[in-house]
Design a protein around this ligand. Structure first.
Ligand code: PEP
Ligand code: MG
Length: 568
């Protein structure tokens, strides 16, 4: 038998961590549906079965504490019986197509509809359609739906793609990492791997053909490096990387539940939350409140806006879960995200269009209902309100006026409420540049480095070919942050950062040194960020910020900050 040599594949990093171990290759069997006498009735029965099975898997995943997998499976259970899908298949059958052809046509149509929307969330929905229709096919043919990968000892899973259902039945203790041939950083496997804290690399082209079950695989989920049948030297390199990651994680764990400060000033590290499951994760990480509660998940993927009661319920639940502030951001929906009841017009440039706060005058009832809910929840905890995508003082004055009117109405109705602090996202350069003019009208600033970077660099954040322009540590973006922080100081209001730069160790370091009061990051980074803040306290922070601000490029900033931390 000939020994195959080592093979290196460059994939896309999807979940940080380093793994080495034997591969288990998952092969998904293709299923072809053969028409029965009554394909419509067979389809109706399969829809009910698929939806029921997916819901049962969701319940099982949730009771096993696997919230992320549960969320994805619940979305899939709903999608299986969604009239958009069911009606489209029945129409195709009425057009004379076989059931197999009808399913293929609808899968192609709906996936390309979602995929054409340049948004990572929608890319995920496109993947859901494929997985849901495949599940229906399996119900129709009786092929075992839960043909789960057999993993009996700690292994690296290799597959063309890993479905949400696959991950739900896996024993996380036995999964060292995932390598998939398809998918992006927002695919299910990436999301679920991150929630399990295991390494994942996606878009590793050719991996399935290159490895057999039992052969060694090494992967680095931060760089996207994959080594198949690693040589001794390569294996030692990956072992060394794994030791570094483990030491970092252990250091970060030391900070669980412990407050950190910079130059004697406490720096809060709170969580970004976008679902019920995220609240649980934030509590688990002992996050200091919620710095950004993205409410979009309540508004998208449904035919009517969420009711006042539903919103009061969720905001109160979040608010009463923490003793620190819970910052509820009013819905940040734009022309690129479908919410049929908002009747959004198609736009040439959705990111420069009617999104965030710009939308509220087009749907005053939806906005007012959300404000009523936030004001009611403000009685139950330190619930605060934040407005996204603001660009002028006039918008702030107008929206604050509407908050006051809402409070008056609640008062007149005798509904218990409180007027919470109202802050704004600083994510449009005009706001950073006029922060001094805005500060007197708001209670806090929160810098959204994701959008601030896309607008400062004029680079669409969803356009993968512009990734090189998306570094929030570019001196231009840092200059906008610095200006915002200085204005907040002058006006004595707090300033936080809730974009991804806050979770990047070098970003957390330079922003802390710049003087922000709070960093808000996804739960898994909370303690890592605290360990970074602790080391900045020992670094020469002032000269580091000065050098970063006068650097020419993001790579220079990264080098400057890394060197300052290494000296600390
Ligand atoms: C940001 O823009 O940095 C931000 C936190 O908001 P979102 O990513 O939700 O646009
Ligand atoms: Mg934003």
């Amino acid at each position: 038998m000939t020994e195959h040599p080592e093979l290196r594949i460059a994939g896309t990093p999807a979940s940080a961590g380093v793994a080495l171990g034997p591969a288990v290759v998952i092969e998904h069997q293709e299923v072809t549906v053969v028409d029965s006498a009554d394909p419509k009735a067979a389809f109706t029965a399969a829809v009910a079965e698929a939806s029921g099975e997916l819901q049962a898997m969701c319940d099982a995943a949730r009771s096993a504490g696997r919230a992320e997998a549960g969320d994805v499976l619940e979305a899939q259970a709903l999608m299986a019986r969604d009239p958009m899908l069911v009606d489209a298949v029945n129409t195709a059958l009425a057009d004379g197509l076989s059931l197999d052809a009808a399913l293929a046509r609808v899968e192609a149509e709906i996936s390309s509809l979602f995929a054409s929307i340049d948004d990572p969330y929608m890319a995920q929905r496109a993947q859901d359609v494929g997985e849901v229709i495949d599940w229906i096919r399996r119900c129709l043919t009786g092929v075992d739906s839960a043909a789960s990968p057999r993993v009996e000892s700690p292994s690296v899973l290799v597959a063309r793609s890993v479905t949400a259902a696959d991950t739900a039945v896996l024993d996380p203790e036995l999964v060292l990492g995932f390598v998939t041939e398809t998918g992006g950083p927002t695919s299910h496997v990436a999301i679920i791997a991150r929630s399990l804290g295991v390494a994942a690399v996606v878009a590793a082209s050719g991996v399935v053909e290159s490895v057999s079950t039992g052969e060694e695989v090494a992967l680095d989920g931060s760089t996207g490096d994959v080594a198949i049948r690693p040589s001794e030297t390569t294996a030692a390199d990956f072992e060394a990387r794994r030791a570094v990651v483990e030491a970092e994680v252990a250091a970060a764990e030391r900070f669980r539940g412990i407050g950190v400060s910079f130059r004697g000033r406490p720096i809060q590290v709170s969580a970004n939350v976008g679902s019920h499951a995220d609240v649980a994760r934030a509590l688990e990480a002992r996050a200091e409140g919620i710095g950004l509660l993205r409410t979009e998940f309540l508004f998208l993927d449904r035919t009517e806006a969420p009711s006042e009661q539903e919103q009061v319920g969720f905001y109160s639940f979040a608010g009463s879960s923490f003793s620190e502030p819970v910052v509820v951001r009013t819905f940040d929906i734009g022309g690129d995200k479908p919410a049929p009841y908002l009747e959004l017009e198609a736009e040439e440039n959705p990111f420069l269009g009617v999104r965030g706060a710009r939308l509220y005058s087009r749907c005053p009832d939806v906005f007012d209902t959300q404000v009523r809910a936030i004001l009611q929840a403000a009685c139950t905890g330190d619930v605060q309100m934040m407005l996204p995508m603001v660009s002028t003082v006039e918008e702030v004055l107008d929206l604050r006026g509407r908050v006051e009117q809402t409070a008056e109405r609640l008062e007149a109705e005798g509904v218990p409420h409180a007027v919470p602090p109202v802050g704004i996202m600083v994510e449009v350069p005009s706001v950073a540049l006029t922060a001094d003019a805005l500060a007197p009208h708001v209670d806090f600033f929160s810098i959204g480095t994701n959008d601030l970077t896309q607008y400062a660099m004029a680079a669409d954040r969803t356009n993968g070919s512009l990734d090189h322009l998306q570094d929030a540590l570019h001196p231009a973006v840092l200059a906008l942050c610095e200006r915002t922080v200085a204005a907040a100081r002058r006006h004595n209001i707090s300033v936080s950062v809730c974009g991804l730069a806050a979770a990047d160790p070098l970003g957390a370091a330079v922003l802390t040194a710049m003087g922000v009061d709070k960093l808000s990051v996804s739960a898994r980074f909370v303690n890592l960020v605290k360990s970074v803040i602790d080391s900045v306290d020992r670094a020469e922070a002032g000269p580091m910020v000065e050098a970063a601000l006068s650097a020419a490029a993001a790579t220079d900033v990264r080098r400057i900050v890394r060197e300052a931390l290494d000296r600390a």
